[in-house]
Design a protein around this ligand. Sequence first.
Ligand code: KG4
Ligand code: ZN
Length: 335
Amino acid sequence: MLILGIETSCDDTSAAVVEDGIRVCSSVATNQDAFHAKYGGIVPEIASRQHVALLSAAIEDAAQRASVSLDGIDGIAVTRGPGLIGSLVVGVASAKALAFALHKPLYGINHLHGHIFATFLDRDGDVPHYPLLTLLVSGGHSQLVEVESATEMHVIGRTTDDAAGEAFDKSARLLGLPFPGGPEIDKLAREGNPQAIKFPRHRAEPGSLDMSFSGIKTAVRYFIESDEGKKASKADIAASFQTAVVDVLMQRLAMAFERKPYTSVVLSGGVAANSALQHALRDWGKRTNVPVFIPPPKYCTDNAAMIGAAAAHQGEAVRVDPLTLSADPNLPFEL
Ligand code: KG4
Ligand code: ZN
């Protein structure tokens, strides 16, 4: 089954063709880095106008690279939320028009579910098994999710303030690094000492898997403004900050696993591309003998292949009428 995936929830304009929810035939993405450099972050109005300008070409490109005509596609999948409303409506309107005109089934996908199914892409059969535990860490979300099946998922822990990616982006800005700051901190941290500065780690409340990252971010700000901070190397600050975030994430993940064993552990969302987090999770997997799965970096961050994959895995549960589908910036996580 060939699915055309469309993803425009934030600032990446993406289209992809995915076969049977596991093989990527093509994946096209254009980012808006030029605007990030100019404005220091995402401007929702600009992001949505860019989607209008770029999406049709991205869809045609994805079909061409997969050597398939749009008529040869079996279904169309689109992110319906959560995300920026002005961005989401561009993808949703295009998908509805295509599904209606081509008489193809339409699938309305939750962006966060897409991140989870990114883990099934291009793995040559070596895929995670249910029930799985996923640490879903992106620019807008940080949560631990128990995935019983493709359509039954429960959030068992979440951030109570900033998302991990947001903490990376804000701390990077304090260090004078460009947006998005996560990959910049990741790169700079390789030259630094992760033990140089002891940033605070949020401790879990009894019985809770919730986490917090605003304290670490504030501590980075105070440190940079202090006399000691003015003399410290940026690489040491980046490495110490990154270690503090990874410690909190790994501690909650280990706690969740102690409560209940899962068949596999999956890392998902943009922050899953972080090399220190990947290293810590692989290490934990070796020590505990639990199979861990991490998508390649291009499928960790926002992409349309993961949206096509989600449609194939979730099937009828997410099939929607092209005439009634609407974007929902606050789409609830559970189906
Ligand atoms: O999933 P994503 O592409 O978009 C959202 O749905 O939010 O995640 C974007 C986030 C940004 O905060 C970005 O800084 C972060 O993922 N990110 C990283 C890395 N690559 C992307 N954070 C840490 N290390 C990375 N290598
Ligand atoms: Zn995302």
